[in-house]
Write a protein that binds this ligand. Structure first.
Ligand SMILES: NC(=O)c1ccc[n+]([C@@H]2O[C@H](COP(=O)([O-])OP(=O)(O)OC[C@H]3O[C@@H](n4cnc5c(N)ncnc54)[C@H](O)[C@@H]3O)[C@@H](O)[C@H]2O)c1
Length: 430
C-alpha cells in the first residue's frame, strides 16, 4: 500500500517506520524543512530506541521518504494518516489549529485525484473526525464524503521510549470507520500485525483513546493518593501495591507511586476531556482531582527534602532526570518542570542532568546549571532528587558524594544506602 503521513513527530515517524517495515511505501509530510531533510538523510529528528538504525535502513531501501509538499505526497498515495499535534489551549480545551490546517491541505490535495482515505491518528476529542475534519475536506475539495473520499479514526496507543515495539505489537487496533471500503483498506494495512481489531465509529474510537488515557492517569493519581496516606501511616506503598496488583481485576501496571505523570498525552488529554465534559454540562470532579493531585505530587519531593535537611535556601540540589520518563528526550509536562520551579522559588541552587533531554530543558529553564554527567551533578551537591528513573541512575555510588539526602521520585534506587534515601510513599517520614 502507498501511504502518506501528515506530521513527522513521535507518532508520525514511528507509524511511518512501522508501516514501511511491514512492506508499505511511505511518504512523510511535515511543515518543518529541517525535519524532512533529517529523515531523508536517514537520521531521526526525535530520540527513540532503535529508530536511527531502522530509519536509515528503510530510507536506503527506498521504503520511506519525507517531503514538505502535501499535494505531491497525497497524489502518490492511497491513504493519508494525520499525525499532527493536538495541544491544549490555556483553558485546557483541545487546540485543533494543526488539524484544521492539515485538513485544508488534504482537501486541496484530493480535489485533483481519485478516491482517497483520510485517517485521523492524532488524539482528537469525540466528534472531531466526522464533525470537523470531514466538512473542511468536503469544502476544500468540492467532493462529497463517501463518494470522492472517506474519513476514519485510528487512535494511537504507543508509549514513548518503547514506541517502535508498541507500534509493532499493539494490544489492539481500533478502527473507527464510516464505510466498508475504509475498513477493508485499513485491515489490509495492518494485515501483518498480530493484534485484535475493534471496528467501531470514528466518534467512539476517539472516546476510546480519551477513556484509556484518563483511566491510566487516574490509576497513577490513585497510587499517589495511597502513597501520601501510607507516608502518614508508616507503610511502604510499593509493598501495598504489589499485593493489590496481584488482583487480576486491577493488574500490576500503572500503580507506581511517585512524582506524578507527565508527557505529551496524559495531562493534555485529561484536560481536554474535562473541558469537553464541562462544555456539555457535566462537572467531571474525579478527573479534575486526578489533575490537581498530579500538580501537587512533584512538590511532595521538596516537602520531603525539607523534612530531612530543613530550609532549602542556598542548598545545592541536583535534579537527575528531566525528561518526563526515561528513554526519551521529551520534556512536555515533565514533572521536572514544577519541581525545578519549586526549588528555584525556595532559593535552592539547582544543577540538573539528563542523558537525552537537557537541550530541550535548557530552552525552558536557561537559568539553572547543567552537568555533563550524573556524577558531576552530584559532586558538591547537598541533596539529590531523582525525577526520571533512567537505568544509569540505578548503579551510581550515591554514598560516595556526601549528600545530606536523596529524594527518589520514581523508586529508582532499590537498595540500602547510608545516605538518607526517601521515596514518596516509603512510609519512613511524614
Ligand atoms: N507522543 C505520544 O506518545 C503520543 C501517543 C499517542 C497519541 N499521540 C497523539 O498523536 C498526535 C501527534 O503527537 P506527537 O507527539 O507525534 O506530536 P509532535 O509535536 O511530535 O509532532 C507533530 C508534527 O506535526 C507537524 N505538523 C504540524 N502541522 C503540520 C501540517 N499542516 N502538515 C504537516 N505536518 C504538520 C509538526 O511540525 C510536527 O513535526 C497528538 O494528537 C498526540 O496527542 C501522541
Amino acid at each position: 500500500m502507498r501511504i502518506s503521513i501528515a506530521g513527522t513527530g513521535y507518532v508520525g515517524l514511528v507509524t511511518g517506520v512501522t508501516f514501511a517495515s511491514l512492506g508499505h511505501d511511505v511518504i512523510l509530510v511535515d511543515v518543518i524543512p529541517e525535519k524532512v531533510e533529517m529523515v531523508n538523510s536517514g537520521k531521526s529528528p526525535i530520540y527513540e530506541k532503535g529508530m536511527d538504525d531502522l530509519l536509515s535502513k528503510l530510507v536506503k531501501e527506498g521504503k520511506i521518504r519525507a517531503t514538505t509538499d502535501m499535494k505531491e505526497a497525497v497524489k502518490g498515495t492511497d491513504v493519508t494518516f494525520i499525525a499532527v499535534g493536538t495541544p491544549s489551549r490555556d483553558d485546557g480545551s483541545i487546540d485543533l489549529r494543526y488539524i484544521e490546517s492539515v485538513s485544508r491541505d488534504m482537501g486541496k490535495a484530493i480535489a485533483e485525484k481519485g478516491w482517497h482515505l483520510i485517517v485521523v491518528k492524532s488524539t482528537v476529542v469525540p466528534g472531531t473526525t466526522e464533525g470537523f475534519v470531514l466538512p473542511i475536506v468536503e469544502k476544500e475539495s468540492g467532493k462529497k464524503a463517501g463518494e470522492g473520499f472517506s474519513v476514519a479514526m485510528n487512535p494511537e496507543f504507543l508509549r514513548e521510549g518503547v514506541a517502535l515495539e508498541d507500534s509493532m505489537n499493539p494490544d489492539r487496533i481500533v478502527l473507527g470507520v464510516l464505510d466498508e471500503r475504509s475498513e477493508d483498506l485499513l485491515r489490509e494495512i495492518y494485515e501483518r500485525i498480530d493484534a485484535p481489531i475493534l471496528v467501531t465509529t470514528p466518534t467512539t474510537a476517539e472516546m476510546i483513546k480519551y477513556t484509556a488515557n484518563s483511566f491510566l492517569a487516574t490509576k497513577i493519581s490513585f497510587a499517589n493518593e495511597i502513597a501520601n496516606i501510607c507516608d502518614r501511616l508508616g507503610i511502604e506503598v510499593y509493598d501495598v501495591m504489589e499485593g493489590v496488583g496481584m488482583d487480576h481485576r486491577i493488574s500490576p501496571y500503572f500503580l507506581n507511586a511517585g512524582a506524578g505523570f507527565g508527557g505529551s498525552c496524559f495531562p493534555k488529554d485529561v484536560k481536554a476531556i474535562v473541558s469537553l465534559a464541562k462544555e456539555n454540562g457535566y462537572e467531571p470532579e474525579l478527573l479534575e482531582e486526578v489533575l490537581e493531585l498530579n500538580e501537587r505530587q512533584p512538590l511532595r519531593m521538596i516537602e520531603l527534602a525539607e523534612k530531612v535537611v530543613g530550609d532549602l535556601n542556598g542548598k545545592k540540589v541536583s535534579v537527575l532526570g528531566l525528561a518526563f520518563k526515561p528513554d526519551t528526550d521529551d520534556i512536555r509536562e515533565s514533572r521536572a518542570m514544577p519541581l525545578v520551579k519549586g526549588l528555584i522559588e525556595k532559593g535552592a541552587q539547582v544543577i540538573a542532568y539528563d542523558p537525552k533531554a537537557m537541550d530541550n530543558f535548557k530552552q525552558v529553564f536557561p537559568e539553572i546549571e547543567y552537568a555533563e554527567s550524573a556524577e558531576s551533578a552530584l559532586k558538591d551537591a547537598d541533596v539529590c532528587m531523582i525525577q526520571a528513573d533512567w537505568d544509569e541512575f540505578k548503579s551510581i555510588d550515591y554514598d560516595s558524594f556526601g549528600l545530606e539526602a536523596i529524594i527518589d521520585g520514581r523508586r529508582t534506587i532499590d537498595r540500602k544506602l547510608k545516605t538518607p534515601h526517601i521515596r514518596i510513599g516509603s512510609g519512613v517520614i511524614v
